[in-house]
Design a protein around this ligand. Structure first.
Ligand code: UDP
Length: 351
């Protein structure tokens, strides 16, 4: 029995192709929602079947926003109880969230093998992104299977002695392909500029970032900036700083709507990891509002620019068309198929 664990929006988006593939091949599996991001769960929960196991109850009560330690401990305690009760052959975790690391650590302590999806992304700076760089490094050491999304991620893993490193591509490409095909989402060019900002490292400068966003909108009246605002109070509290008429603040949107927005964008402003990859898939330029990125491939393709906390000096670059679509290095949309094939064969051999 395989357990697929997720707790946040990006994990659901990047794991739904894996869950779909497990179902298609009729491989015994169950899904677990840890409840880490209950507020964004509603927006993406339709991508996956209802979870077989949920720890969301551990997150109910007054504290809507838990500290990292509280989230970690809640997920660890609930996982420990689950592993005491149930036997799993493998646990699939994705990326670098608290959910992924808590599950991986508890699985390791309980002798359950770990499959890490999107393994090997590194900035080699433990403060950036925080705490994700540490989470994914630790998971890489604990994992039995390291499913890397790119050649560079493979090199990062091999260099530190990680086991069973396979370059399978990123499941985000599967997700984008599947939804674009199913819902016929064309790539177009409007004057819309989707913006997302939420990273913990940016919380201290979020007020200044919002002021600058407002100046970008005021100085470029032909553009329409759209900000699906993150529910984190450290982001939301700066909402009143945004006054420009052509800057629309909306609640977070479902994934299908997000893909539609990205597909018709003039360019994108974001500190998100997944959105950098989606921009590569959709041939959109992106101003990456971070000091460093574990996805340097987007910059090498000429689609991404690291802008730290400054937006205004880079708008001219972003406005210019990105030109002919280039081949991106994130895979060909068959990552989930490869992951499930490798995993099921290894588990069969072990029996
Ligand atoms: N996303 C979404 N709705 C939104 C904002 C983002 O569906 O309102 C998607 C986005 O397209 C990407 C993922 O959420 O696939 C990124 O999540 P987030 O930025 O929270 O995490 P990160 O990728 O930085 O880990």
């Amino acid at each position: 029995m395989i357990l697929v664990a997720y707790g946040t929006r990006p994990e659901i988006i990047k794991l739904f192709p894996v869950i779909r593939e497990l179902r298609k091949r009729r491989i015994a599996h169950e899904t677990l929602f840890t409840g880490q991001q209950t507020d964004l769960y509603e927006d993406v929960k339709d991508l996956v079947p209802p979870p077989d196991v949920s720890f969301a109850g551990s997150f109910s009560g007054r504290a809507k926003h838990n500290t990292l330690g509280e989230s970690f401990l809640k997920i660890c305690r609930a996982s420990e109880r689950l592993f005491a009760r149930r036997r799993f052959d493998a646990v699939v975790v994705q990326g670098d969230t608290t959910t992924a690391w808590a599950l991986a650590q508890m699985a390791f302590y309980n002798g359950v093998k770990i499959a890490h999806v999107e393994a090997g992304l590194r900035t080699f700076d433990p403060e950036n992104p925080y705490p994700e760089e540490l989470n994914r490094t630790l998971i890489g050491h604990a994992a039995e299977w390291n499913f890397a999304p790119t050649k560079r991620a493979c090199e990062n893993l091999v260099g530190c002695g990680a086991r069973n490193v396979r370059n399978v591509g990123n499941t985000i490409v599967d997700a984008v392909d599947l939804l674009r095909r199913r819902r016929k989402i064309p790539v177009a060019r409007s004057n819309e500029v989707p913006v997302t900002l939420h990273r913990r490292e940016n919380h201290a400068i979020m007020g200044r970032l919002f002021d600058e966003l407002d100046r970008v909108a005021a100085g470029n009246p032909d553009l329409e900036l759209i900000l699906p605002i993150h529910p984190n109070p450290n982001v939301r509290k700066h909402r009143p700083r945004l006054k420009a008429k052509n800057l629309r603040v909306i609640p977070p949107v479902g994934y299908l709507e997000m893909l539609r927005m990205l597909a018709r964008a003039r360019f994108v402003i974001s500190d998100s990891g997944g959105i950098q990859e989606e921009c590569a898939c959709l041939n959109k330029k992106i101003l990456i509002v971070r000091e460093t990125t574990e996805r340097p491939e987007v910059i090498e393709m000429g689609l991404g620019k690291l802008v730290g906390g400054k937006l205004l000096p880079h708008i001219d670059w972003a406005r210019n068309p990105s030109g002919k679509a280039r081949q991106h290095p994130f895979g060909n949309g068959r990552a989930a198929e490869r992951i499930v094939r490798i995993l099921s064969r290894s588990l069969m051999k072990a029996k």
